[in-house]
Ligand binder design. Structure first.
Ligand code: GLA
Length: 393
């Protein structure tokens, strides 16, 4: 199912739609990409800065409106159909794919958005549970698909907030805003610089010129991720309470700059101090990386990747042996930078390297990784990235 060419994917979706629903009359086909975060990790829920970009893997939804309030969707990945009524939306146990669609419909309904039942086919080639936001991609694709099918005219920022709410309140994952935001608002050939407090954003041209990006999937599923993620959030809250007792205007770690951190750091318990050290320094690195990318200084961007990884590994403690190995192998093979991307504890690393060494580097990582861990990593070269859009048929 993976690595199909674009036309094959679209043809298969349309064929299955006709098989399941009789004709393709009134059908809309939308596509939302997954994302890779370039830098700015665990900063979004601290109201700080992030700098992700969309990728060339995506979730596709072909759908059409119905007259009644019934919904029927077929998943090509899981080869099964799920049905529900908009008047009675209930979560299916476990990580069921239909929960993302149901969650979005529930949240849109609660927000007073007016739409009816629908039917469709879902397909995704974003690796699942790898830290490339397959969840955000399906949520945004669902919201965007309904928006187009029913002519809802939803504002894109509002749409991403509603998709995040579906993840938080219905799916039950307490994520920040980064993933849904970039999946909805990211642009082709750009990375998205977002201020997670004001939601002011800027699409910065991703001019890599003589450099290229690799995404290396360690294939380590992030079992620990959920509870550890919530624990990190709690530790950040503790740090905020501490700084607030010193400087009452502090509302989030975003408000703690390196100078303030240096002045009060010794009063914090050791673990919380390291967590805050990561967040405070990572916000700075995002600003530096945006500046460096705009100045075409890709080597500097790379150095910031390495520093971010060190901070995530030692201070935030969200790395894994496999991620560290990929980063160190990339460094030894001449990469300009590498770091874990996403929540951590497995999932993917992102590697920046000069194009002339990219193929060799990719092989090095693969060979050494197989030798060390006895399994192959998944390597995706970030070619032309996608943006959320309606696909013409
Ligand atoms: C996950 C969450 C995001 C963000 C990252 C860490 O991807 O969904 O909101 O917190 O982890 O940067």
């Amino acid at each position: 199912m993976f690595d199909k060419t674009h036309n094959e994917i679209v043809n298969q979706i349309v064929d299955v739609f006709m098989r399941e629903f009789g004709s393709r009359e009134g059908m809309v086909l939308v596509r939302t990409p997954g994302r890779v975060n370039l830098i700015g990790e665990h900063t979004d829920y601290n109201e700080g800065y992030v700098f992700p970009t969309t990728i060339n893997r995506a979730v596709y939804i072909a759908l059409r409106p119905r007259e009644d309030l019934g919904c029927g969707y077929y998943s090509l990945n899981f080869q099964e159909k799920a049905s529900w009524e908009l008047t009675d939306i209930r979560r299916t146990e476990g990580h069921h794919w239909s929960n993302y669609l149901k969650g979005v419909m529930k949240v849109l309904g609660e927000a007073g958005v007016d739409f009816k039942g629908s039917e469709g086919v879902v397909f995704g080639d974003v690796p699942i549970a790898s830290g490339l936001s397959s969840s955000a991609a399906i949520e945004v694709a669902a919201a965007f698909g309904l928006d187009k099918a029913f002519g809802l005219g939803l504002d894109p920022v509002r749409m991403s907030l509603l998709a995040q709410k579906a993840e938080n309140a219905f799916v039950g994952v307490n994520c920040g805003i980064m993933d849904q935001f970039v999946c909805r608002l990211g642009r082709k050939n750009h990375a998205l610089f977002l201020d997670c407090r004001s939601l002011v954003y800027e699409n910065v041209p991703l001019r890599l010129a003589k450099h290229g990006l690799l995404i290396v999937d360690t294939k380590v599923k992030r079992e620990l991720a959920q509870s550890a993620y919530n624990q990190r959030r709690a530790e950040c809250d503790e740090a905020v309470r501490f700084f607030q007792s010193k400087v009452p205007s502090v509302k989030a770690l975003r408000d703690v700059d390196p100078e303030m951190f240096g002045r009060y750091r010794d009063g914090l318990p050791e673990t919380v101090r390291r967590r805050a050290a990561h967040v405070v320094s990572e916000d700075d690195r995002v600003l530096e990386a945006v500046k460096a990318l705009k100045a075409d200084d890709l080597e500097k961007v790379g150095r910031l990747f390495f520093e971010s990884h060190r901070s995530l590994k030692e201070d935030y403690e969200v790395s894994a042996a496999e991620l560290d190995f990929v980063v160190e192998t990339a460094r030894a093979s001449g990469a300009s930078g590498a770091r874990l991307t996403g929540a951590g504890f497995g999932g993917c690393a992102v590697v920046l390297a000069r194009k002339d060494i990219l193929d060799g580097l990719s092989q090095d990582i693969e060979v050494h990784y197989v030798r060390k861990f006895g399994k192959a990593p998944g390597i995706i070269a970030l070619a032309e990235n996608f943006e959320t859009e309606v696909l013409a048929l």
